[in-house]
Ligand binder design. Structure first.
Ligand code: TRP
Ligand code: SF4
Length: 329
């Protein structure tokens, strides 16, 4: 039997190239090899973004359009919306009974975020209990693997601990899932910092081909280069980092020319713009088509919801019976 994978993404707005190379590219590759459940983690987004929910509906449609245009296939993977499968909430509640507070308090992402998000009040029960919800998302489908970046590894560790504790208390119901640490490519933002919506340095799949070209032409390069003949330092230049991903074949040549002061940054960017466009345009076209038919997107998610719900219900029946709390049966 094929192993199961569960992957979640928060609906925080249109996806950008950084999201693609950080996660989606791997999801697309894995969908042929595993039994994949890909879900929109709307409840997770609420743990930090509970005040203003006005964009959620739009964001959910957009993220699905992005997924499909990037090559995720609803025929190969089960797409669903977390909040439509109420069993996640029930399992979260049951896990919260057996999860010691100390496990949640020592979670490094919890501590990090608390110190970073000073402007929002996230000293809430929901935010602290976030890893319990994530454990429910993963274990409800009895996943063998969770494809994650480094930052999510502690959450998967906690999921394993919760599974172990449940199995110890009530009998063997859950496998212990492993992190599938995939080599994500790191794409810097236009200004050289990490590509992130909050820095406004992204290239998004919803950007028009013209915007993409302009953004690339405005990228920050090696500040030491003023004249074309100044020797460059490609290792500090984000244009060069982009070439490594979009234009692998020419990388050695560009490196030599840049270091030798034989190529101008404008020319180097024009070349890059062509390569990025060749990747971006077809996705942009597909996305623009899809987004015109939100009802079709809705149908796709409905279908996935039904499949996911069926599996989730079965697991919950097993859970209640193992815990001997199926009192009405
Ligand atoms: N915590 C993840 C994030 O913020 C999203 C997520 C929620 C997730 N549940 C998951 C990822 C289950 C993988 C599996 O990116
Ligand atoms: Fe960057 Fe290219 Fe300019 Fe070198 S020539 S600094 S790699 S943009």
């Amino acid at each position: 039997m094929r192993k199961t994978i569960v992957s979640g993404m928060r609906p925080t707005g249109v996806l950008h190239l950084g999201n693609y190379f950080g996660a989606l590219e791997n999801w697309v590759r894995l969908q042929g090899e595993y039994n994949c459940y890909d879900f929109v983690a709307d409840w997770h987004a609420l743990t930090t973004g509970y005040e203003d929910t006005s964009d959620y509906k739009k964001n959910i449609t957009e993220i699905l359009a992005d997924w499909i245009s990037c090559g995720l296939d609803p025929k190969k993977s089960v797409f669903f919306l977390q909040s439509e499968i109420k069993e996640h909430a029930e399992l979260h509640l049951l896990f919260s009974m057996i999860t010691p507070l100390s496990w949640l308090e020592r979670n490094p992402t919890y501590k990090d975020q608390l110190s970073q998000m000073k402007e929002k009040n996230i000293t809430t029960h929901g935010f602290l209990g976030y890893p319990c919800l994530q454990a429910a998302d993963i274990l409800i489908y009895k996943a063998g693997f969770v494809p994650v970046g480094e930052d999510q590894v502690p959450h998967v560790e906690l999921t394993r601990e919760i599974a172990r504790r449940f199995n110890f208390l009530y009998g063997n119901v859950f496998p212990e899932p492993k992190s599938l640490l995939t080599k994500a490519k790191v794409l810097p933002g236009l200004d050289g910092r990490k590509m992130s919506k909050s820095y406004q340095n992204t290239i998004g799949f919803a950007d028009t081909p013209e915007e993409v070209r302009q953004k690339i032409m405005s990228m920050v390069t090696d500040p030491a280069r003023i004249k074309k003949t100044d020797p460059g330092h490609p290792e500090v230049c984000s244009v060069f980092a982009f070439h490594k991903i979009f234009n692998e074949a020419e990388v050695p040549e560009i490196e030599t020319q840049c270091k030798g002061g034989c190529i101008g940054c404008v020319q180097c960017k024009k070349n890059l713009a062509e390569k990025v466009s060749a990747f971006h345009n077809p996705i942009y076209e597909k996305r623009s088509e899809l987004i015109k038919h939100p009802d079709d997107i809705r149908d796709i998610i409905q279908e996935g919801n039904c499949k996911a719900r069926e599996v989730a219900r079965n697991t919950l029946e097993e859970v209640r019976s193992a815990m001997k709390i199926n009192w009405m049966e």
